[in-house]
Structures are given as C-alpha cells and as structure tokens.
Write a protein that binds this ligand. Structure first.
Ligand code: DO4
Ligand code: MG
Length: 302
C-alpha cells in the first residue's frame, strides 16, 4: 500500500489517497500530505488502517502528482556513498579534499533542495540548466520524516545536478542543485512499515535517448556509508519542520564523464519495494515558463 497525491481527470483538486493493487481510493477528510506528517507515526498508521476510503479508481485513470505539498521542504544529503565521493573528487580539481573530509566527518553534508511547488512529479519534465554543460540525474532513496523526527515513509528522489557548475567551485552548489525542473519525487510514499529493510534496497537507473538505452546502472542501499537515523537527527538539530520534511539520502550512481544529459532524454529510477519514478528531460526553461507572469510552471503541482 502506498500514499498517493493525485488528481482525477474531472477535477483540478489535488487529492490524497491510498494506492493498492493497481487502484487508488481517496482518504476521506485528508486534504494534504502535510497534515499527515503533522501526526505521530502511530496515529498515521491507525488512520491509514481505518480511515474512510472513497470509491476505488484504476490507477491508470488518475494523474499522480509529486508527493509533497504545504510547507514540507525537500532536503538532501551528499557524499553518503563512496561512488559519490569519488565522482566529486574527479569533477572538482581545486577543492577535491572537501569531499574526502565530509565523507569521513561525523557531521554529514545536508543541503536544501526544493520547495514543494518546484518539485516535478511522475511523468513530468525535469530540466538541465541552459548555462550548464555537464548534467546528471542522481537516483536516491528519500525519507519522509514527520514533524516529530520520525521516519514515516520512503519515496524516490531524482536529485538532478550540474557537475560542471559544482565542479567549478563547491560554493556554487545551490546553483548546481536548485533550479526550475531540478528535483523529481514520486511516484508515491511507501509507509515505513511496508519496507522490511531500508539498507537492502536495489536502486536502478536507466537513461533513454532516441528510443535506445544510453546509460544504465544498479546499486544497493547496503553501500550507504551513513545511518539513516543519523542523517535525520542532523536535519532536525537546531531547526523545526512543522509540515515534516523529505530527506533524500544521496546517490551511489553517477554516470561517468563525459556523459551528460541531453534534451529529450528519459530517466527512470526504480527502488525495490518503493516504486518507479519516470521523467523526461528538457534543456533550459521552455517558453511560457515565466514566473514573472505568475505562470504555473510544469513543476508546479498545485
Ligand atoms: O556534495 C555535493 C552533492 C552530493 C550529492 O548530491 C550526492 O552525493 O548525492
Ligand atoms: Mg545527490
């Protein structure tokens, strides 16, 4: 069973529901995911077990939205796998040692990644920046953490990254990581009690180009260099997250240079026991995506 944020084809209203066995049913009385993350884990579990459900609708008849809303922020951890440390050292000639230092340090690297309205959901368009030359998707297990710091679920995150901008200077990290179309989440939230061992999940990524397979790789969360609760505890230190928070846990798959994403590529990330997130990639912001006009962007989900 998974928690979904979705729309029916008849109405623009985002709904919260449960997905099971290829069907979706609306969770009565719940209007946002954020309100679910304001409850303790035990109450969430009781609600999902006994909450009033609407009619079951085939999944194919609804549109899944990015599973994040309200003021729930998306954060991410960096250099939590050896592969990521090696990739950053390689791309960052002048500041390579900072990645080695953070890999071994007690305090993890945590960075702000996205506000909900900027997150791209399943099937949506992710982007690479027009002013970047080397870009990769980063397939990551993301934790859904409630306001009390309890991990209540898991989802798939694509932490899109500009390797050329970050590689030029690590102080450019926010520009390499936070931009229109730079964060994918979905397809839903799998409750924590449905995943037996989060340290034994397979993560697969396939990048398609011109109808063929351009790159693919597979790894496991068993290779994580940090404990998940340790990452959460640092995120909750000295801060509050009243609507909960999503914490992406870092990448272990980095397509080797000179690979770079191209306009029209597809990216599919599958995490065993959690779900599959599929998106297409555009280069730059398409015409019409202009916040100055108060326009909803592709990434804007509600
Ligand atoms: O240090 C920069 C970001 C690293 C990152 O996003 C990752 O390891 O997944
Ligand atoms: Mg990352």
């Amino acid at each position: 069973m998974n928690i979904v944020r979705y729309r029916t084809r008849e109405s623009a209203r985002p709904r919260i529901g449960l997905h099971d066995d290829g069907h979706v049913a609306e969770l009565g009385g719940v209007t946002s995911l954020a309100e679910l993350w304001a409850s303790p884990l035990a109450d969430l579990r009781a609600l999902l077990a006994g909450g009033p459900l609407g009619d079951r609708v085939p999944l194919s008849e609804v549109d899944l939205l990015a599973p994040v809303d309200g003021t729930t922020e998306v954060w991410a951890a960096g250099v939590t796998y050896e592969t990521s440390r090696e990739a950053r050292v390689e791309e960052s000639e002048r500041a390579a040692t900072i990645y080695e230092l953070v890999y071994d340090a007690e305090r993890p690297e945590l960075f702000f990644k996205s506000v909900p309205w900027r997150v791209v959901g399943p099937g949506g368009r992710l982007a690479v920046r027009a002013d970047s030359v080397v870009d990769v998707p980063e397939p990551e297990l993301a934790l859904v953490v409630n306001r009390f710091g309890e991990t209540v679920g898991y989802t798939v995150c694509n932490d899109m990254s500009s390797r050329s901008i970050e590689g030029e200077n690590p102080l450019y990290l926010p520009q390499a990581k936070i931009y229109w179309g730079g964060c994918g989440l979905g397809p839903w939230i799998t409750p924590v009690w449905e995943v037996e061992d989060p340290y034994d999940l397979t993560i697969e990524m396939t990048i398609g180009r011109n109808g063929g397979r351009e790159w693919s790789g597979e790894t496991s969360t068993a290779r994580l260099h940090r404990r998940l609760d340790e990452l959460v505890s640092y995120l909750m230190r000295g801060d509050v997250h009243p609507d909960g928070v999503i914490l992406s846990t870092g990448t272990c798959l980095v397509p080797e240079a000179p690979f770079t994403l191209a306009d029209g590529d597809t990216v599919e990330i599958a995490i065993s026991g959690v779900g599959v997130l599929g998106n297409t990639v555009v280069r730059g912001m398409p015409p019409g995506v202009n916040p100055a006009y108060g326009h909803a962007t592709e990434g804007r989900q509600s």
